[in-house]
Design a protein around this ligand. Structure first.
Ligand code: MG
Length: 414
C-alpha cells in the first residue's frame, strides 16, 4: 500500500478545525485533525513530500521521517500540530485496512464509555477565535461589514458584566450539568473588576475574592458531586496563585490548570506541593521528552496532553504510560470537532490512567452534524461510547464541512 495524495480543509468554528486527508493506491483513505495554527494547511501540504509513495502503515517510521525532515526548521510547535493530524490519518488507514478500531490496535480498551468534561469558558456562550486568538465573527454567521478582529482579552473585557459574574457561572454550571456532564471546567483568568495590572502576574486581594466567588457560585449551583476544574492559562506568579489555590481547597476542585507560566517546572512543582488543590498542566507540550521533567518531578497531579498537538495517538499513549509510572492521571486537552474528539477517545479507551476528555464545543451548533458514519447522538450523558467500526469509526460530512469552510483555504483539493 502506498500514499498517493494528501489534502487539507479548514472549518471555521470556535477555532479553525484543520483536517488532513491521506489517500492510498489501495483505495483506503484516512482522516485526521490538527490543533489550529497560523499557516498550518501549508505546512501539512509541504509534509506530503515526505509521505508520498510511502506505506501508510509504517506509522512510527513516517512520524520519525517528518520530524527529521523538519528538524532544521523546527519539528516542534506548529509542525507537531501538523504531524499529529497526519499521524491520526495514518492510524485511520491502518485500522480500516485491518478492519479493526484504533483502540484495539493500541492494546484494547479499558472502558466502553469515555467520560467528557465540558469546558465552560468564562460563563459565556459561543466564542470564536482565529489562529492568533483574535476574536472573530465566523463567515457563516454573516459578520457586519465593519466587523474588526480584536484580541480575546478586549472582547472579554467588554462582556465582563454579562459573562464574568458569579450568576453567569452558576447558570452555565447548571446548564451543562443538566445535559449530563459530570465534570465542568471554568476559566478564572477572566476580566476582573479588581485588576490593577494585566501584565505583572500579580493578583490583588479583590481579584482573588472575585475569582473565588466565581468558583463558589459554580460549586453551589451543582453541588458536591459534579467535578469542577478551573483554568488560569499560565498567567500568575507562585505566591499569588497559591493564595487562590488555598481558598479553593474548600471546593474540592478536580484540578487547577496551568497556574504559572509553563517554562519553569520547579515553579509549578512548588505550587503543587503547597496546596491540596490538584494541579494540572501539559496542553502545550509536544512529544514525550517534553513531559519527562513535569512527570518525573511530580509537578502535576494530572497531565493534559492534546492528541492533536502532542504528536498524535501513539505519542500520547507513550506520554500516558510515562504518567502511569508516577500514578498520574491523564485528562487530554481537546478543542476539536468530532473527528479529533473521537481520535482522542480511542486513546482514552486504551490507557488505564484516563480521567476525563475535554469537550470544548457545546456552543458550536454544527459540531455533531460534521460527523457521519457514527451513531448519534455522539455524546450521551456526558460520555462517548466507541463502537466497533474500523479505524477512527467516524467520517467528515463534507457537505456540512463545506458549508462552514474557512474562506480562502483549500477544501480537499490537491
Ligand atoms: Mg487550558
Amino acid at each position: 500500500m502506498k500514499i498517493t495524495n494528501l489534502q487539507t480543509a479548514v472549518v471555521e468554528a470556535n477555532f479553525d478545525w484543520t483536517y488532513v486527508r491521506i489517500e492510498t493506491d489501495a483505495g483506503v483513505r484516512g482522516l485526521g485533525e490538527c490543533f489550529f495554527a497560523p499557516g498550518l494547511p501549508a505546512i501539512l501540504r509541504e509534509l506530503s513530500r515526505v509521505l508520498l509513495k510511502e506505506d501508510p502503515r509504517n506509522i512510527d517510521l513516517l512520524v520519525r521521517k517528518m520530524q527529521r525532515a523538519a528538524s532544521g526548521a523546527g519539528s516542534t510547535g506548529i509542525v507537531a500540530n501538523a504531524i499529529s493530524g497526519i499521524e491520526t490519518a495514518l492510524w485511520d488507514i491502518l485500522g480500516k485496512s485491518l478492519e479493526t478500531p484504533i483502540y484495539r490496535l493500541l492494546g484494547g480498551k479499558y472502558r466502553d464509555a469515555i467520560r467528557l468534561y465540558a469546558d465552560c469558558h468564562g460563563g459565556e456562550g459561543l466564542e470564536s477565535l482565529d489562529p492568533l486568538l483574535m476574536s472573530r465573527t465566523p463567515a457563516w454567521s454573516r459578520p457586519a461589514p465593519d466587523a474588526q478582529s480584536r484580541s480575546l482579552w478586549d472582547t472579554r473585557r467588554e462582556s465582563l458584566e454579562r459573562d464574568c459574574t458569579p450568576e453567569a457561572y452558576a447558570e452555565r454550571a447548571q446548564q451543562l450539568a443538566a445535559r449530563g456532564f459530570t465534570a465542568l471546567k471554568f476559566d478564572v483568568d477572566v476580566p476582573n473588576p479588581y485588576t490593577r495590572d494585566d501584565h505583572n502576574r500579580c493578583l490583588t486581594n479583590g481579584e482573588i475574592d472575585h475569582m473565588v466567588s466565581l468558583v463558589r457560585a459554580a460549586r453551589e449551583a451543582v453541588g458536591p458531586n459534579i467535578d469542577i476544574a478551573v483554568d488560569c492559562h499560565w498567567r500568575y506568579n507562585v505566591t499569588d496563585i497559591l493564595k487562590f489555590a488555598w481558598r479553593c481547597e474548600e471546593f474540592n476542585l478536580l484540578w487547577l490548570e496551568d497556574p504559572v507560566p509553563p517554562e519553569n517546572v520547579s515553579a509549578l512543582r512548588e505550587v503543587a506541593l503547597r496546596t491540596r488543590t490538584p494541579i494540572c498542566s501539559g496542553e502545550n507540550l509536544c512529544y514525550r521528552a517534553a513531559f519527562r521533567e513535569l512527570l518525573e518531578t511530580r509537578a502535576v497531579a494530572i497531565v493534559s496532553p492534546d492528541v492533536q498537538k502532542a504528536g498524535g495517538i501513539l505519542e500520547t499513549r507513550r506520554i500516558a504510560d510515562m504518567a502511569d509510572l508516577q500514578y498520574t492521571a491523564v485528562a487530554p486537552h481537546n478543542i476539536s470537532s468530532p473527528i479529533g474528539t473521537i481520535a482522542s477517545a480511542h486513546l482514552c479507551a486504551a490507557i488505564p490512567n484516563f480521567l476525563a476528555l475535554e469537550f470544548h464545543a457545546y456552543d458550536v451548533p454544527f459540531w455533531e452534524e460534521l460527523a457521519s458514519g457514527i451513531s448519534k447522538p455522539i455524546i450521551q450523558g456526558g460520555h462517548i461510547h466507541l463502537g466497533d467500526a474500523p479505524g477512527l469509526g467516524v467520517e467528515l460530512n463534507e457537505e456540512i464541512a463545506w458549508r462552514y469552510r474557512k474562506p480562502g483555504e483549500t477544501f480537499f483539493e490537491s
